[in-house]
Design a protein around this ligand. Structure first.
Ligand code: UDX
Length: 464
């Protein structure tokens, strides 16, 4: 039966304005539209390019409204994270409030604001305007639980080499497995406050959503005793990549020609032969890190697709390819500044994903059944890597030294382990199994699907 759109509840979604946080909220917006709601993504003007780079089908189904973060013309040259946050909070909460007031007047009236859990102030804005405030955690349950334990001072990290941490529902963790900012807090005080701060008013939120799924983190959800309890709705990835098959390409980018080339290049490679390498949307790698990756790709001899992102202005000197690398490998591999990652992972030519283990990349790799080489850098990535290797058993872990540089020869060893021999076959079997479980969670009647339906029912009733 055709849905009466005029009666659909209207939901606003406010991401933290970086790619790895915009993608899941935009994708979740699309999921809500699929369940009959109206959804509007609310983001700072400055995020236009990141939004354009995100999923195209979600952009078609979802409206976008822009607010100000105080930097509509770009970030200042003396940019600092602390200063940015203060302005985002001050200007962002004001312009978000103005937007809700306008929509209340002109329609469609929103019933709810789903906000990134980093943006705790958004809950006050939602409640001040009489709408529901729903927090959305973009990191895993395991990582959320570690931050929450630190926030409540239940977990106090002792920086002694050899220390082990036994936490509810988690495998035994060493210092290297913990999220980096709680271990190396010196000089990272701002980020630590931001990450732990997610939990300061979480109990006041009307709902807590998490981009994960029950069977992926069942032990964590069963054994952890957090004062907040999330509904797992993930992965929020486009359904076409999960329950359909290889609906190429809803992802987009700012250089269509190059993106299409990268998929056509994959079309020419044998099944399972390509090593795909990406370190997400933020990292800028040092000269030593780039040399180690380049050397591993050359010596492993497998075809490769390597995303080498153009660094941000404040990252000058990062992500530089070693001299002569492109010339020496032009028949072996392709280097691109950006690619439609989900299309790449869904491509039959891809046999291995060398990843920094950002939570989105982790979910994307799992959902497409691609075995991984985990090369974590910082933040939540070491903990995600531990789960990839030790819990889900879908990848191997490249050892890094204290400066986030992969140890010499490690990456080549890991690539060979995944691409060749019995271990690789076992990882592929496990990855295939996880692909099935991901599909189950999001398909009609799956755990994540049911949790979304419950949310939609709550929001629709609030609307009435
Ligand atoms: C950040 C943090 O670093 C990460 O640890 C946290 O879990 C989320 O926020 P980022 O480093 O960008 O994110 O990594 P990730 O979470 O993997 O997100 C990157 C996103 O960009 C993914 O959705 C990926 O598909 C997309 N991407 C990346 C592309 O579409 N094309 C590319 O070429 C590279």
């Amino acid at each position: 039966m055709e849905e009466d759109k005029s009666k659909s509840a209207h939901v606003l979604l406010l991401p933290y304005p970086i790619q790895g946080h915009i993608n899941p909220l935009l994708q979740f917006a699309d999921r809500l539209v699929g369940k009959g709601l109206k959804a509007t993504l609310v983001a700072p003007v400055r995020s236009r390019d990141d939004i354009r780079r995100a999923d195209r089908s979600a952009l078609t189904s979802t409206n976008t409204e822009y607010i100000s973060d105080g930097h509509d013309d770009g970030l200042p040259s003396d940019y600092s994270s602390e200063a940015y946050w203060a302005t985002l909070r001050r200007v962002g909460s004001q312009t978000l409030g103005d937007l809700i007031a306008r929509l209340n007047e002109e329609g469609p009236r929103p019933v709810c604001l789903i906000y990134d859990s980093f943006l705790t102030w958004a809950l006050d804005v939602a409640h001040a305007y009489g709408i529901l405030g729903v927090t959305f955690l973009t990191q895993s349950y395991a990582v959320s639980s570690i931050y929450s334990l630190c926030h409540r001072s239940i977990l106090v990290v002792q920086r002694e080499p050899g220390a082990r941490y036994s936490l509810p529902g988690l495998p035994l963790l060493s210092l290297q497995d913990l999220p980096s900012f709680i271990v190396q807090s010196e000089g990272n005080g701002f980020f630590l406050d931001l990450l732990l701060g997610q939990f300061k008013n979480i109990e006041k939120a009307d709902y807590v959503l998490m981009n994960s799924f029950d069977s992926l983190e069942s032990k964590v959800s069963e054994e952890t005793a957090e004062p907040w309890s999330p509904k797992m709705i993930g992965p929020a990835l486009p359904l076409a990549y999960l329950v359909g098959r290889n609906a190429r390409s809803t992802s987009t980018g700012d250089d269509q020609g190059r993106l299409v080339n990268c998929l056509s290049w994959l079309d020419e490679r044998p099944v399972g032969s390509v090593v795909y390498v990406s370190f997400g949307s933020i990292a800028a790698l040092s000269v030593e890190q780039m040399e180690e990756i380049a050397s591993a790709l050359r010596s492993s001899k497998w075809p490769f697709l390597w995303v080498v992102r153009i660094p941000f202005a404040h990252q000058q000197g990062g992500n530089q390819l070693p001299e002569g690398f492109l010339e020496a490998t032009f028949q072996q591999g392709l280097v691109v500044p950006w690619c439609p990652q989900l299309d790449v992972l869904a491509h039959r030519a891809v046999g291995c994903f060398v990843t920094h283990c950002g939570w989105n990349s982790t979910l994307e790799g799992l959902s497409q059944g691609v075995p991984m080489v985990a090369a974590p850098l910082r933040s939540d990535q070491p903990t995600n890597s531990k789960f990839i290797f030790d819990v889900w058993k879908v990848g191997v872990c490249a050892e890094v030294d204290g400066n986030e540089v992969i140890r010499k020869g490690e990456l080549e060893r890991c690539i060979r382990e995944v691409m060749e021999g019995e271990r690789g076959a076992e990882l592929r079997r496990n990855a295939h199994r996880w692909r099935g479980l991901t599909t189950e969670a999001v398909a009609e009647g799956g755990t994540s699907d049911n949790n979304i339906k419950e949310l939609v029912a709550t929001l629709s009733n609030f609307h009435l």
